[in-house]
Design a protein around this ligand. Structure first.
Ligand code: GLU
Length: 321
C-alpha cells in the first residue's frame, strides 16, 4: 500500500502539534544537573527536516541547549565507522538494558559487555574507543567534528553545563571505573568520562538536531549541504540501536505508541528518524521519571498519529511538495 502526504499537510500537523502540546505542563527539569534544573521550563520547539533538505520549524528552534544523551548517537556512529559493526557488537554490544540510562546494575548483570553505546556505560566505552587512544585533544577533535558534520553547522560547548555536570557526575565516575574493572573501557577511565561529559554538554539547536536525524534518514548524507558523513549501511544499524534503547526503560512503550525510532536526552531533546523520509526533533526541558521530555514526546507522537506514518506498517510513503 502507498501512502501520500504533502509537505504542506505535514507543516500544518507540526504547527497543530505545537499549539496542542505547548499547554502540557507535566514533568520537571532534570534536577541532578544544576544547570538543567534552572533552564526555562517553557521552552518548546519542533523541527522537521526532509531528506531533500527542506525544513519545518516552530517555536524556540534556535535556542541552544545541551545535547546530553543524543550525543551518544553521534559517537556510536563515529566508532561504527572506525571499527565496523562486528567489533562494536563484541566490544560494547547492541542490547537494550531495560534499565535507567545510568544504571550500574546493568553493568553488573552484563559484565561481559556494556550493553549498547546508547546508555551511559556503553557511551563511556564508545568515547574510550575513539582514536587516537590516549590523546585527549585529538579524540575531542574527532568527536566534536563528527557532531558538527552531522548537525550541519557549528556547535559550541556550554561551559557552565560542562562544569555543572563535571562537578556532579559521581554516578558516571563509578560507571567508568566499574567498566575498568571488567576491562570494558578502552582508554583511561577519567579521560573517557571527561570527554563523555563534554560531548553531553555540547550546545545544539533543535533545528540542528533535525538535520542530524535527517542525515541518518538520508543514508548518511547531510541533506542540508550534500556532504556524506557515513556509509549508508550504517543508517539501519544506528536506527536499530535507537529503536531498542532510545528511551531507556520506556523504549518499548515509546516505539509501540509512536511508531518512530528516536533518542532522547535529559535536557529535553528528542530526535526521531523515519528512514528515507525525514528526521524530526522536539525540545522541551521538563522530563518524566525515565529522563524523557514530556512535551517533546507528546509532540512527536501527535505528528506521527495525525500523519498516519509508522515505521512498522509496511506502507511505502510518498511525500509531495
Ligand atoms: N549527561 C547525562 C548523564 O550522563 C546524560 C543522560 C541523558 O541524557 O539521558 O547523566
Amino acid at each position: 500500500m502507498e501512502k501520500r502526504i504533502t509537505k504542506k499537510e505535514l507543516s500544518a500537523i507540526v504547527n497543530d502539534a505545537y499549539e496542542h502540546c505547548r499547554k502540557i505542563k507535566e514533568g520537571n527539569n532534570a534536577s541532578y544537573i544544576p544547570y538543567l534544573a534552572k533552564e526555562n521550563s517553557d521552552l518548546f520547539a519542533i523541527s522537521l527536516c526532509f531528506v531533500d533538505g527542506d525544513t519545518i520549524n516552530v517555536g524556540d528552534y534556535n535556542y541552544i541547549f545541551g545535547m546530553e544523551s543524543i550525543s551518544k548517537v553521534a559517537t556510536a556512529l563515529l566508532i561504527l565507522k572506525e571499527y565496523g559493526c562486528e567489533t562494536i557488537l563484541n566490544m560494547i554490544g547492541a542490547d537494550a538494558t531495560g534499565l535507567p540510562f545510568n544504571s550500574i546494575m546493568a553493568i553488573l548483570l552484563e559484565n561481559n559487555h556494556p550493553s549498547t553505546p546508547l546508555v551511559n556505560a556503553g557511551a563511556i566505552a564508545a568515547v574510550s574507543m575513539v582514536s587516537p587512544v590516549g590523546n585527549k585533544e585529538q579524540k575531542w577533535k574527532a568527536i566534536y567534528e563528527n557532531i558538527n558534520a552531522l548537525c550541519g553547522g557549528h556547535t559550541e560547548l556550554i561551559d557552565e553545563l560542562y562544569h555543572s555536570e563535571a562537578l556532579s557526575n559521581f554516578n558516571n565516575r563509578s560507571i567508568a571505573w566499574l567498566l575498568k574493572n571488567y576491562n570494558r573501557v578502552y582508554d583511561d577511565p577519567e579521560l573517557s568520562l571527561d570527554l563523555y561529559t563534554k560531548q553531553c554538554s555540547l550546545g545544539v539547536t533543535n533545528e540542528q538536531l533535525s538535520t542530524f536525524a535527517a542525515t541518518i534518514a538520508n543514508g548518511g548524507v547531510n541533506p542540508r549541504n550534500g556532504t556524506r558523513i557515513f556509509e549508508s549501511r550504517l543508517s539501519a544499524k544506528i536506527i536499530s540501536m535507537m529503536a531498542s534503547v532510545g528511551f531507556y526503560e520506556h523504549s518499548g512503550n515509546w516505539l509501540f505508541s509512536s511508531g518512530i525510532p528516536a533518542k532522547s536526552g535529559v535536557s529535553g531533546g528528542v530526535m526521531g528518524v523515519l528512514p528515507g523520509l525525514f528526521g524530526i526533533s522536539a525540545f522541551a526541558p521538563p522530563i518524566d521519571n525515565a529522563g524523557n521530555s514530556v512535551r517533546a514526546q507528546a509532540a512527536i507522537k501527535y505528528i506521527m498519529e495525525k500523519s498516519g506514518l509508522n515505521i512498522f506498517d509496511g506502507c511505502s510513503v510518498r511525500i509531495d511538495d
